[in-house]
Design a protein around this ligand. Structure first.
Ligand code: NDP
Length: 308
């Protein structure tokens, strides 16, 4: 069946302005329309959405506007024979730059200076605290779109970059690749351990007590992947007990991060509100991907980023 309608589910508003997103499909061959939860679908409908809904399983094709599609039941899509695609491939620069923001700040203390600026305080750090990221080692865990973007940026800044992935396909900028079962070897000498893996049963709790014990005590964790990839309670204990130096976190076990989380109070933890991909152009990047897949669907070609 050909598609005759593209529905934009209102949940996209979580991350992009919904009207601007609908307008971005002006040039596409089928009409785009904003919908809420009161809609039924059939095989001639495409849906672009942030959140999953059971009724999407009646559509012809569903696009999750996020790269992480862990909230979607891929088995149900396979069983229903409905194509599910995600937005992998467009977050390299955006999430990559946020990771670098964390790393440079943690090294050169942007976060501490701003804390003191808020108090009008001319604070001078201990002599041995600031360092250059040049010549330091970054271990990037998960070398897909985002991991590779971070690796090439770290390499360009003169860092020594190693990485972890399941396949042994080489990655530009990465000097040594480790299999996931050698995670401890990969992270033990790193100044920054950067998480860019999807949240799956294998990656849940990937960093926990044992990994923090294996890491250097002056190492920082950067998590721009998903909260559950790090055992948050272990992380808090590791930072409090100086087993590691700190963290830059865009993602959390519970979002928004609860008021009473100890993370808020840690000087060497930088928190951003899951905004790794947030820029003024995000809706256009997603729309380009969806429009490309509309073209492919109508011509019977293989969809880009098909995950079920
Ligand atoms: P990709 O699919 O391009 O990359 C993920 C990579 O992880 C793959 O290349 C894969 O390589 C590797 N991988 C998978 N499982 C494991 C494992 N067990 N151990 C080590 N490596 C593994 O995804 P993206 O780079 O686009 O995004 C990655 C994740 O980042 C998303 O799943 C999402 O959760 C998160 N994200 C966060 C955002 C934010 O706002 N903070 C925005 C966008 C995404 P291989 O197959 O070789 O193992």
């Amino acid at each position: 069946t050909e598609l005759d309608q593209l529905y934009i589910h209102e949940s996209v508003e979580n991350v992009i302005p919904q009207d601007a997103f609908v307008d971005a499909f002006d040039e596409v061959s089928i009409p785009a329309e904003l919908v809420g939860d009161d809609r039924e679908y059939d095989a001639s409908d495409a849906v672009a959405t942030y959140a999953p809904r059971p009724e999407f399983l009646n559509a012809g094709w569903v696009h999750c506007i996020r790269a992480g599609y862990d909230e979607f039941d891929t088995d149900a899509y396979d069983a229903a024979g409905v194509a599910l695609t995600n937005s992998s491939g467009i977050h390299g620069s955006t999430v990559g730059e946020l990771a670098l923001t964390f790393m440079l700040s943690l090294a050169r203390l942007g976060h501490r200076y701003r804390d003191h600026q808020n108090e009008r305080s001319w604070w001078e750090p201990p002599y041995d605290r600031p360092f250059t990221i040049e010549n330091e080692r970054a271990c990037v865990v998960g070398l897909g779109t985002i991991g590779e973007a971070i690796a090439t940026r770290c390499d360009a800044l003169g860092m020594d970059v190693v990485g972890v992935r399941r396949s042994d396909e080489p990655v530009p900028g990465v000097s040594e690749l480790f299999d996931p079962d050698r995670l401890h070897d990969a992270i033990e000498n790193a100044r920054f351990v950067v998480l860019t893996v999807p949240h799956t049963p294998e990656t849940e709790g990937l960093l926990s007590d044992e990994e923090f014990a294996a890491m250097r005590d002056d190492a920082f964790v950067i998590n721009v992947a998903r909260g559950p990839v790090v055992d948050e309670e272990s992380l808090i204990a590791a930072v409090k007990n100086d087993r590691i130096a700190g963290a830059g976190l865009d993602v959390f076990e519970t979002e928004p991060l609860p008021d009473d989380s100890p993370l808020w109070d840690l000087d060497e933890v930088i928190i951003s509100p899951h905004k790794g991909s947030a820029t003024n152009r995000y809706h256009l990047d997603i729309a380009d991907l969806v429009a490309e897949n509309v073209r492919r669907y109508q011509s019977g070609d293989i969809l880009k980023n098909r995950v079920a």
